[in-house]
Design a protein around this ligand. Structure first.
Ligand code: PLP
Length: 286
């Protein structure tokens, strides 16, 4: 049977799951979204994801037309419709149907879409041998324009950087902010290890505050690793002992090369491996 997609309280087969061409989510990228995972039938960090979705929506003046509790129930109902226990969940809230002008006030009701599908993971080799990154010339959007903390439907900034990465043979790319500091990757947060300390850019470096990022910070502290949220430069990246990315789909993936330069000894480092191991133990079926 086809994947069933939730749109505004109804389920539709994937092929029939459609929205209006007048929806401002399509016309202007006016809306917000979340990428979530379920492991063994439990939605991972649902509260954190729903809080971020509600904050993203509030930041761009969209009122989500349901409660967080009802959204949680709708997520579980969508998983159940599809018999999924381990899945990727995409929540989308669009501004809704309006006219061809920009005016969001002409859009009466936001639409809520829930798509569940099989999770697409990075290949196993990346976790065992590490992955390579390049720095994109496309700079992460200025927080005074649209805050990168808003997970909006307008991902062109990230897509342009991703394209640069792909053209250079890398599936992810590092983005800097307008000050030239390290921000994040196109769909993942970034960490380095230097002399046993775990370092990551602070939220005001202009990043999305990743749910996985925050979880990994918690795990590291629990394991007795000192964690510092500090501005980082390309220098810090090049002289790092270890580097890894975090994200809902990636979990934690080691980075062993950046801009053609070897990071550390060119192998996934011990702290990276330990945190990835702790992560898996926490989320996988007990
Ligand atoms: C730009 C960006 N940064 C970081 C992340 C990682 O966030 P999370 O761990 O919540 O998936 C994502 C993924 O959603 C992202 O799109």
């Amino acid at each position: 049977m086809s994947i069933q997609v939730y749109i505004d309280g109804e389920f539709y087969a994937k092929e029939e799951a459609k929205i209006s061409v007048y929806d401002h989510g399509l016309l202007y990228g006016d809306g917000v979204f979340e990428g979530i995972r379920s492991y063994c039938g439990t939605v991972f960090r649902m509260k954190e994801h729903l809080d971020r979705l509600w904050d993203s929506a509030k930041a761009i003046a969209i009122e989500i037309p349901m409660t967080k509790e009802a959204m949680g129930d709708a997520i579980y109902a969508t998983l159940k419709q599809n018999n999924f226990t381990d899945a990727y969940i995409r929540l989308v809230v669009t501004r809704g149907v309006g006219d061809l002008g920009l005016n969001p006030m002409n859009c009466k009701t936001p639409s809520v879409i829930i798509i569940t599908d099989k999770i697409q993971l990075y290949p196993t080799e990346y976790y065992e041998d590490g992955m390579e990154l390049v720095t994109a010339s496309t700079v992460r959007i200025h927080p005074m324009s649209i805050s990168p903390r808003v997970k909006s439907l307008n991902y062109l900034n990230n897509i342009m950087a991703k394209l640069e990465g792909l053209k250079a043979g890398c599936v992810e790319a590092l983005m800097t902010n307008v000050r030239g500091e390290v921000a994040e990757c196109t769909g993942d947060n970034i960490f380095i290890v230097k002399r046993g300390r775990l370092l990551t850019p602070p939220v005001d470096a202009g990043i999305l505050e990743g749910v996985t990022r925050n979880f990994v910070i918690e795990l590291a502290k629990r394991e007795g690793v000192e964690v510092c949220e500090v501005p980082l430069t390309k220098y810090d990246m090049y002289v790092a002992d270890e580097c890894f990315l975090t994200g809902t789909a990636a979990e934690a993936v080691p980075i062993t090369k950046l801009d053609g330069r070897t990071i550390g000894d060119g192998r996934p480092g011990p702290i990276t491996k330990k945190l990835l191991d702790c992560f898996r133990k926490e989320v996988r079926c007990k």
